[in-house]
Design a protein around this ligand. Structure first.
Ligand SMILES: [Zn+2]
Length: 155
């Protein structure tokens, strides 16, 4: 008798939808910015093929530290549609920073020489939110913020 392995489960897809609304002070990092809206969709998949959505939700996040507030799809869409307040656009860049000086000498050692950084391109301020990460962890944080890809820079 042979056993057939069938892979199934759920997978979460995320998508950054933009910055909306008035500037709000973050209760965690106290920075005042328009909030990032990120859509999360959890899909049931079979053998790697997404079949149907299990849950859809939005998070309104601080664009600096990602402090999240969960919203229903309806609430998020209402807030995004009403958000024409004639606010000057904010420009924020997210990137992984490779600190090569911290890279381990031993090629077999795990490399935790990456930081996750956010830069306000208007004020020029850089916020390194998390340090000493693996490259995969930086990519995972970018995904949690709804980004498919994140650029890497050398420090
Ligand atoms: Zn914050």
């Amino acid at each position: 008798m042979s056993t057939i392995m069938i892979s199934y489960g759920t997978h979460v897809f995320t998508k950054f939808k933009g910055y909306y609304g008035r500037k709000e002070e973050c209760p965690y990092c106290q920075r005042k910015y328009q909030q990032a809206y990120v859509k999360f969709s959890k899909w049931f998949h079979l053998i790697g093929i997404p079949l149907f959505p299990v849950k859809r939700t939005y998070y309104k996040m601080c664009p600096i530290c990602a402090y999240p507030v969960e919203l229903t799809v309806r609430e998020a869409k209402d807030q995004m549609e009403r958000a024409y307040d004639n606010i000057p656009e904010q420009k924020i860049e997210l990137y992984g920073k490779h600190v090569s000086a911290r890279k381990p000498k031993n090629i077999f050692a795990h490399d935790f020489s990456y930081d996750f950084c956010v830069k306000d391109l208007i004020s020029g301020e850089e916020f390194c939110i998390a340090a000493n990460l693996s490259k995969d962890r930086v990519k995972q944080i970018a995904k949690e913020r709804g980004l498919k890809k994140i650029p890497f820079v050398e420090a």
